[in-house]
Structure formats: C-alpha cells, structure tokens
Design a protein around this ligand. Structure first.
Ligand code: BES
Ligand code: MN
Ligand code: MN
Length: 462
C-alpha cells in the first residue's frame, strides 16, 4: 500500500493531464448532434483502462450511447468490485455564464479550493470522479497491490435517464456478477468533513402542454375573453403547492417513508450552517416545506419543481399577443417508498383535473427513477468508512443525498448487489450549472482513498 500511495504521489501531473484531455471532449448525451463525441470518449476510456492494466475493455452498442465495460479478474476466490460511473455530461448552457469555455479546462483557485480546481463541464459530474477509479486501478496494478477482481461499467446516458442500461444489465448478468458496486458520483460535506451517501432520491419528470385557441391571437381584440394558456399554466402550477409548501396532488405523500424523531435528530447533526448556505446562494431566506429543516428538505422529503417554462412572445421588445400554447418541464424528487410510475399517474390525473374548460392539457412523462437507500451495516460501507478515516483522518458521516442515480436501485433489483456511494465532490462544485469545477484536493484524495477501500473490503470479506 505504501508503494501504491508513492506511485500516486509520483504520477499526479500525469493523472491530471489525462483527465484534462478527457474533459476536452464534449460528451453531451442530451444532444444527438454530439453522438460522435460520446463514441470518442468511450474509445479513450477503453484505451486508458487497457493501459491501466485491464485484461479486457470494450464498447457495447445500445440504441443510445455506447456502454464501456472492462475487467481484471485476478482470482475467482477473491471478491469482485464493480465500479460504476458515467462519461456523459449535461449540456453546458447557458454558455455566456461560463467564465471560461466549458470544454477547455482551466485550473483556478477559489475560496473553497485554495489549492485549485478544474473548471470544465463534467469535471466533477462525473468524468473527474469516474477517472479517479481508473487511476487508482492503475496505481494498484503498477505496484502489485490489487486485492480484488475489478469490473468497470461506465455508461454514456446517466444524464438522460440511463434508459438502455437496465436492459444491458438484464442481458449481461453473468458478465456483471460481482459482490458490490462502487460509485463515486456524489458529494462529501466539506473537504475536512468526509461523508458517505446512504440514500438517493428518485425522480418523476414530466412535460406539460396547455393549449388554448388554435392560433396566436391579438391580445387586444381577444384579450379578456379567451383563456390565455400562459396565465392558466401559471395558475395551475401555483395550485400544485399549498401555503405551507406542501404538494397538493392527492395521494402524493401516501407512500413517503416517515422517519422517527431520533432518526431526524441524527440527520440534523450533520454540520450545516444556514447563514452560510444563504450567503453562498445570495438569498435572504430559504423556501420549503413547513416543519422541516433545510437538510431534511434536500434529503428525506419529496419535491416538485418547475425546471423550465415557456410560451408566447419572448423576443426583443413588446409584441401584443395572446399565445395559443404554454409549456413547462416539471420534476418531482421522490423518497423511499414512493413509486415513480404511480407519482407520474397521480400528477397527470390531478393536473388534468385542475385545467379549466377553456384549455386542453397534455402531460408527457420523461425519464424517471427509483429512490435508493444503501445500508451502513455492510462490509462495503465499513470499508469505505475505514478508507476515508485513513485519508481524511476523520470519521465519515452517513448522509442522504438529494440527487438521483436511477441505476442504483436496479443494481439491487437486477444484479442483487448493494452499492456503496463513496463520492468526493462538493455540493458547491456547480454540477449541471455554469462553471462546474472539481477540486484538485478532491481528485487526488479520491485516487488515494480508493485503493484503501479495496484493501479494507478484501480484509473484511475474508
Ligand atoms: N451525480 C448526479 C447525482 C447526484 C449529484 C447525486 C450530487 C447526489 C449528489 C447525477 O449525474 C445526476 O445528475 N443525476 C440526475 C438524474 C436524472 C438525469 C435521471 C439528477 O439527479 O438530476
Ligand atoms: Mn453524475
Ligand atoms: Mn449529473
């Protein structure tokens, strides 16, 4: 292990250069025009896996973007770790809000990252975090200290709902058979307070279309007499929450897991400063469901948010028009034991029922995902906690994450294995936002911690 850590220390510059190269490829999964860049990214990862010591690495085509699979099987009697990550990234828009181009990575110091952070789309989510695993794997191989079999499953469609990964897993259960799934695609609390994510929220994502008159009308000639779809959509959205910010969809909370007061007390012990939170976001107050703290609102409680809304005239100047249509994209984050299909149905029924007769409503479901909880009484959780204790010198705190990684629930359902979510990002790294970045401290800390995970895991499984 000492040798492995030495190898990492000696190769820091090379590890960084390689990541920067990967970040230059715009692997935006949502935009079909970028498909060839996803293929290119997959090819580069395959090459790097082979260089790092994988016996095999190849692409599997899907109806969408390719899946990368690689492995090194050293001994069938040893435990097998399946590393999951994603090489696709979110669209970088709005481009004008970036201080440097999203696919031209630069390193800059920030208040939170005084040693420097890499600014680029995907630096934290998830190329940087995924690539830590490739480099830890290289370091273990180069120093003869790999104590487990390793499989890599790196997909290109996480940011668009992992639509093809479930089928791939079901068709390749033998190929993917393993003892545990290891994922770095979540956050720690701060750089001096490690944490391990023990839950993720699920998701129901819908698009709504409200149609009034069959064409745009003169807002003077018809205004006041014909339903305006944009006004009506606003009223309908407003009806989705009550004065306490509780979601009004009948049945929405029926299956929500209720935490005991001691569980809630424990959850709220995690270090958190409301005043810093507000000042970082430049808001005078927070906003959310009455009766719950900010930490609870972003972890154990479901949400409903408009992600985007449009309709009518949005160009320069003023155009007097009564629009024919209005649209919105709405996401609902779900908690255990809510079912995304049931929630989508409840939303659709309610949203349709509150529409006045002056408009027609269409609801189209997009991707969704199941919530996940990962246990703490397992060898993999203990191994992650021991590894983080070794490298951070501090006990990791278990926390529930607010984001979603829909495939995690399927690892349990299809492969019958648990996942450990050992991420190294920070919530303030601006993932999905302009100026996404990943701390050099976090990148190297991850590379140093992962080999220790393998070692503790192999010991605990003996
Ligand atoms: N890595 C994130 C999820 C995440 C971020 C979990 C931070 C916990 C903390 C992932 O790439 C992501 O963005 N997932 C999407 C899922 C969706 C596209 C189905 C999300 O949460 O919006
Ligand atoms: Mn991610
Ligand atoms: Mn993401």
């Amino acid at each position: 292990m000492i040798k492995c850590q030495e190898y990492i220390a000696q190769n820091k510059d090379k590890f960084l250069e390689e990541l920067l190269d990967l970040l230059k490829i715009p692997s935006i999964s949502a935009d079909p025009a970028y498909a060839h860049h996803l293929v290119k990214t997959a090819d580069v990862i395959i090459e790097r896996l082979l260089e790092a010591g994988a016996d095999k690495a190849r692409k599997y085509e899907t109806p969408g973007h390719p899946i990368v699979y690689g492995e090194k099987m050293i001994d069938p009697s040893l435990p097998t770790v399946l590393v999951y990550g994603h090489y696709d990234v979110q669209p970088p828009d709005p481009l004008d809000l970036w201080d440097s181009p999203p696919f031209e990575p630069v390193i800059k110091k920030t208040k939170i990252h005084p040693e420097g952070a890499i600014f680029a789309r995907g630096s934290c989510d998830d190329k940087g975090q995924m690539y830590m695993h490739v480099k830890s794997f290289e370091a273990m191989n180069a120093t003869g200290s790999l104590p487990c079999n390793v499989k890599f499953l790196i997909e290109g469609e996480e940011e668009v709902g992992s639509d093809n990964l479930g089928d791939f897993m079901a068709e390749h259960t033998d190929l993917l058979s393993c003892d545990v799934v290891l994922v770095s695609d979540t956050s720690i609390i701060t750089n001096d307070q490690p944490s391990i994510t023990v839950g993720l929220r699920g998701l129901s994502y819908v698009e709504v279309e409200v149609t009034g008159p069959n064409k745009d009308l003169h807002s003077g000639v018809y205004g006041g007499a014909v339903g305006n779809p944009v006004n009506i959509l606003c009223e309908m959205v407003a009806k989705l929450k009550d004065e306490n910010n509780r979601i009004t969809i009948p049945g929405f909370y029926d299956d929500v897991e209720v935490l005991s007061s001691s569980e809630r007390l424990e959850l709220n012990k995690a270090p958190f400063s409301l005043s810093e939170y507000k000042s970082e976001l430049k808001v005078d107050d927070v906003h959310g469901e009455e009766g719950y703290t900010t930490l609870e609102r972003t972890s154990i409680r479901p949400t409903l948010d408009v992600n985007g809304m449009w309709g009518g005239y949005t160009g320069e100047g003023a155009k007097t028009v009564l629009p024919s249509q209005a649209f919105a994209k709405i996401s609902m984050r779900l908690v255990p034991n809510q079912d995304e299909h049931k929630i989508t149905e409840l939303f659709t029924d309610y949203f349709t029922s509150i529409a006045p007769d002056s408009v027609k409503v269409k609801v189209t479901p997009h991707h969704g995902g199941k919530p996940a909880v990962t246990p703490t009484n397992t060898p993999e959780y203990k191994a992650a906690a021991l590894a983080m204790k070794d490298t951070f010198g501090k006990e990791a705190i278990p926390v529930r994450g607010g984001g979603s990684i829909p495939i995690v629930a399927l690892f349990e359902d299809i492969l019958n294995v648990k996942t450990v979510l050992m991420g190294f990002g920070l919530d303030s790294d601006d993932i999905h936002s302009p100026n996404e970045h990943y701390g050099l401290f976090n990148y190297y800390k991850g590379i140093e911690t992962i080999p220790l995970f393998y070692q503790h895991y192999a010991n605990l499984k003996k």
